[in-house]
Design a binder for this molecule. Structure first.
Ligand code: MRU
Length: 360
């Protein structure tokens, strides 16, 4: 991996979710944060698929990057006579790991394209590893570009010549832990902080998996970024104080009309933002855009096991046997979104037409 000052890795924050070593992939077990920093080494695609399913690694871009490294591992350890079947099987297994984040399928398609161009196992080994590293590096570079675009979009919407410090609210974890190493929505928040334009970040705890309290608060505190943690239900009261100018969130899949699937609770925030006249910004790489789906109703929404709501780390929080509904994403309609920021540019007031203009 290129660590020169030319490489986007030069701009990392110090927090990373994954480390590629050429013949193995190390993942930070995000299930144990913030109390334990425990790294696990994987040498095969099955282990990587399992780690995505179990949310050891999570966040749309990080899922795609990990899956790409999973394919590289499959090539590295494939049998001499069965390398094509082994890699095909690995791609199938990885693609079944989680359904909503389209970055997973986007990354696997890129890997598949390279794989189909390879004629020999050694060639596949080398080229698939290079492609996975490229996906990782491009994601990080994209994060940095999005932060620039987002600040410009905020300045334009304030119709002032320059930005003044703001407080923002965010949901889930969209930071270095969820991406190639800087963050999408959290990358914008980092950039505001770097430019002394951030007063306070309010972070929803993000029930039931607590990505906000366990991961985002941890990431921000490591970098001394001023963070206040709140229960999800407190967001309305925070917006009612008038202190927050923007809600900034990530995305798992964006449909052709600008509807956005993101962590459960995002839709409620968009409704609250409109009521309180607060800006609502979605920040995601173009690999999150799925122009094959006309609207958000077509986005597959993952439902996870009810135990995620019934208990925390094995401690029961609800009566035994209670019926649970646990969709882990929701869809925010495009008309509640002020701006979608990608590394390709910005879509103001997203619609089928404005999305087509940038991504068609
Ligand atoms: O279930 P998770 O933790 O994978 O969900 C993560 C989110 O919903 C993020 O907001 C999204 O993936 C964007 S991460 C840059």
């Amino acid at each position: 991996m290129n660590n020169s000052t030319e490489s986007p890795f030069f701009r990392t924050t110090g927090t990373v979710a994954l480390k590629w070593h050429g013949s193995s992939l190390e993942l930070l077990d995000q299930r144990l944060l913030p109390t334990k920093e425990h790294w696990i080494t994987f040498r095969d695609a099955s282990g990587v698929a399992q780690s995505i399913r179990d949310m050891m690694v999570r966040g749309a871009p990080a899922i795609g990057i990990s899956a790409a490294y999973g394919v590289a591992l499959a090539a590295r350890h494939a049998g001499a006579g069965s390398w094509k079947a082994d890699i095909t099987q690995a791609i199938g297994e990885l693609s079944a790991s989680r359904p909503t984040a389209v970055n997973l399928f986007w990354a696997l398609q890129r890997m598949q394209k390279v794989f189909h161009e390879c004629n020999l196992p050694g060639e596949a080994q080398e080229r698939l590893a290079d492609e996975a590293v490229a996906i990782h590096e491009e994601d990080l570079a994209g994060n940095l570009a999005m932060a620039d675009y987002a600040l410009e979009a905020m300045r334009l919407s304030s119709s002032a010549s320059h930005l003044t410090p703001v407080s923002v609210l965010t949901h889930c974890n969209t930071g270095a832990l969820a991406t190639g190493g800087y963050g999408t929505a959290l990358g914008v928040i980092r950039r505001l902080y770097e430019q002394k334009l951030l007063t306070q970040v309010y972070v929803d705890e993000t029930r039931p998996w607590l990505q906000g309290s366990r991961l985002t608060a941890w990431e921000l505190m490591r970098d001394d970024i001023p963070v206040t943690l709140n229960a999800d239900g407190a967001a309305a009261a925070i917006l009612a104080t008038g202190k927050v100018s923007w809600i900034i969130v990530g995305a798992d899949r964006i449909a052709a009309n600008g509807d956005v699937a993101n962590k459960i609770g995002t839709y409620s925030l968009a409704v609250l933002a409109r009521y309180h006249n607060v800006g609502f910004m979605v920040v995601a790489p173009s690999s999150t855009v799925d122009m094959s789906l006309k609207t958000g109703t077509e986005i597959p929404i993952e439902e996870r096991d009810g135990t995620e709501v019934q208990e925390i780390r094995g401690v029961p929080l609800a009566p035994e046997g209670v019926c649970v509904f646990n969709p882990v994403f929701d869809v925010t309609p495009a008309n509640l979104i002020d701006v979608i920021v990608t590394e390709k540019g910005v879509v103001q007031k997203p619609s089928a037409k404005s999305m087509q203009y940038l991504f068609g």
